[in-house]
Design a protein around this ligand. Structure first.
Ligand code: SF4
Length: 370
């Protein structure tokens, strides 16, 4: 079975004040050292990989490796296992650092999907969020990607930021549409502990929970009106341009992660690399650092992940994958949520509604316990 390959790139040009992803401003020459360490990891993969049909460079800001670095890693990957024709190859980019020539290099290396962190269509809000880019740079980056022939482009839109109004969401959605982008990921701002936003209590400036729900529901409607169909709690696409790589996560399919903080789900087990760039760079064999995180892909995990998707859970697939599952109990537990309008259920499947997505954690915990 083909798997997904995830490469974590732990570098950013500057740290955004709300973010706790594992990334830092690279020291002089560190990008080159890191590229070599990833290539070494690819040479020494300790698992059998039949083939790969999605590759995702995430971070951090992977575009900081440059088109040349991404190309070398893709070349290294192709020497370690077959990359299937038509594989989806994504690179996350910061619009500020996504230069035209670098995008062209990535495209010639096989990259066919770029995901840009737009976050907002207001320069004032971008500044407030500590982002380096401007709205004009988002447009230029998307145009450069289109001119280079990148087929799939995704933009991130952040919700519930300080001062955000419905009109800001309208402006962002209309920018995505005008630019001809086919995929939008829309996340609520989450202020992580230990970040500058948490220390200076930016939460006090953010919309409260009720308002967050209103903004989320408004965004879903605005995106749908612009032709972006919701397919996951936070993801929307036009013309079927869904993220094939991320679908593997939500469908409990195997993937291999490389780099500090990268997670894997392979051979039925979850594993991860520690958040330790220095250790990763120093290791003769980076796989020696890999930590085991126990078995994965059990019934409750499957239910939890699948309920994030608009298509929800098919009873038929559930019985096939988990013959021990108690469908009657699942239906019984789901009924109160159905009555409350938080999920829908028919003979074939069970799925959360948009209102259900807003309180998904509670519902998922209850249903996953069957
Ligand atoms: S660019 Fe992305 S990964 Fe880097 S600090 Fe900002 S939000 Fe975090």
């Amino acid at each position: 079975m083909p798997i997904g390959l995830y490469i974590h790139v732990p570098f950013c040009q500057r740290k955004c004040p709300y973010c706790d992803f594992y990334s830092a401003v690279p020291a002089q020459g560190q990008q080159e050292l890191y590229t070599r360490a990833v290539l070494e990891s690819l040479r020494q993969v300790p698992f059998f990989v039949d083939s790969v049909d999605t590759i995702y460079f995430g971070g951090g800001t992977p575009s900081l490796l440059g088109g040349g670095g991404i190309a070398r890693i893709l070349d290294g990957a192709s020497k370690s296992f077959p990359i299937l024709p038509g594989a989806e190859i994504t690179v996350e980019c910061n619009p500020h650092s996504a230069l035209k020539e670098e995008i062209k290099l990535m495209r010639s290396a096989g990259v066919n999907r770029l995901s840009f962190g737009m976050q907002s269509a207001s320069d004032e809000h971008l500044k407030l969020l500590g982002r380096l880019h401007t709205v004009a740079e988002v447009s230029s980056a998307v145009t450069a990607a289109q001119q280079a022939g990148v087929e799939h482009i995704s933009l991130d839109l952040m919700l519930a930021t300080p001062g955000q109004e419905f009109s800001h969401i309208d402006a962002a959605v209309s920018l995505c549409s005008r630019l001809g982008v086919e995929h939008v990921s829309s996340y609520l701002l989450k202020i992580e502990e230990g970040t500058p936003f948490s220390k200076n209590n930016t939460a006090a400036l953010c919309p409260d929970e009720d308002r967050q729900a209103d903004l989320y529901q408004y965004a879903v409607k605005a995106l749908e009106s612009a032709g972006y169909q919701q397919y996951e709690i936070s993801n929307f696409s036009r013309n079927g341009h869904i993220s094939r790589h991320n679908m593997k996560y939500w469908d409990c399919q195997p993937y291999l992660g490389i780099g500090p903080s990268a997670h894997s789900f392979i051979d039925g087990r979850r594993r991860y690399f520690p958040r330790d760039l220095a250790g990763f760079l120093a290791a003769a064999n980076p796989w020696d650092l890999l930590q085991d995180d126990g078995t994965g892909g059990d019934l409750s995990e499957y239910l939890m992940l699948r309920l994030r998707l608009c298509e929800g859970i098919s009873f038929k697939t559930l019985s096939k994958r988990y013959p021990q599952s108690d469908l009657q109990l699942l239906r019984k537990k789901a009924r109160p949520f159905e009555k409350a309008g938080l999920l829908t259920m028919d003979d074939e499947r069970i799925r959360l509604t948009v209102d259900g997505f807003l309180v998904s954690n509670g519902i998922i915990c209850e249903l996953a316990d069957v």
